[in-house]
Design a protein around this ligand. Sequence first.
Ligand code: ATP
Length: 361
Amino acid sequence: MKHSNKNTKFKHNIAIIPGDGIGPEVISASLKVIKKALKIENVYIKEKQYPWGSNYFKKYNQMMPKNGLDKLKQHDAIFFGAVGDKNIDDDITLWGLRLEICQNLDQFANIRPSKYIEGIDTPLNINIAKNIDWIIVRENSEGEYAGSGGIIHKNLPLEVGSELAIFTREGCRRIHEYAFKLALSRPRKNLTLITKSNAQRHGMKLWDKIFYEVKEKYPTVKVNKLLVDAATAVMVNSPEKLDVVVATNLHADILSDLASALTGSLGIGATANISTNKNFPSMFEPIHGSAFDIVGKNIANPIGAIWSGVLMLKHLGEHKAADRIYNAIKIYAKNKGPFTPDLGGKAKTEDVVNKLLSILD
Ligand code: ATP
């Protein structure tokens, strides 16, 4: 899609949803780095900011307007901050904005890269940590977060809450297919299936069965199956055993927070919510949440959001700008930052941005 005004040619039309908590801080920080890298390549983006989220909810009793999805469909990609507010129930904020977008724009593949970056301290022994180079592929449209269930006999002694995990043949097929293709594109061509089919004998059995059906089409991909509980130990003790990992909505949610912590901080994890429907934009966001404890202190680590920007630029075909930013992050880390407090430093968010901008110069 090409967009232009009288003087400037805009190549990509991006929807920006800073959202809640530290979202606005890390998004504005990231945009400076993204735009600088693009400018070096003589590429410009048209951006439209949408003030949706918890403050919007407090005014209008909805997290985004009714025609919000139609507005988003006009964009090439969505760059998202965080959602969540201390005074509003999490399920309202999450379902009202982030999941509303993911579900309705059919962003079924949630991609979460995790890589050891030299210079960033990790809780692991360095000789173990340096083997972390994973991509977690999270099923993002059904499973445990399908939203199926309900409450009956509300507020009575026999009150019942049910939460139904939904696994469909097509939902499993498309995420496994995505994971196999991704594994095939990587040097090690290794794919690990995360499951819990020993205890959950229905939906998770289907999840496993379809994985092995899809595998038939990818004979050169080496596969391995791990129970989710065992996977946590492998991530900590033998990270070299993992490459691409495919997991359900809930399992991958938990494993990817562990992955971020093992590579240094929740503040550096990045995510892409991919829709393969050409009419729907994909969405890019840091994996962290609103981080209420540090809002407004200018100490939020922007690396997770910036790395999400790298994923967005790759998705848009801007590989040179994406590689420039990723290399700048590596140089920044190798030279010991300056780091924000989550990585053991004293830097402010803007110090990180300024350092990255100077490396890009
Ligand atoms: P959610 O459920 O929305 O994922 P959460 O409550 O699990 O959110 P976060 O809001 O991400 O978790 O915060 C968890 C911890 O990690 C907090 O102590 C927070 O300060 C820290 N944290 C998260 N993101 C960052 C960041 N970008 N920079 C520094 N610290 C961060």
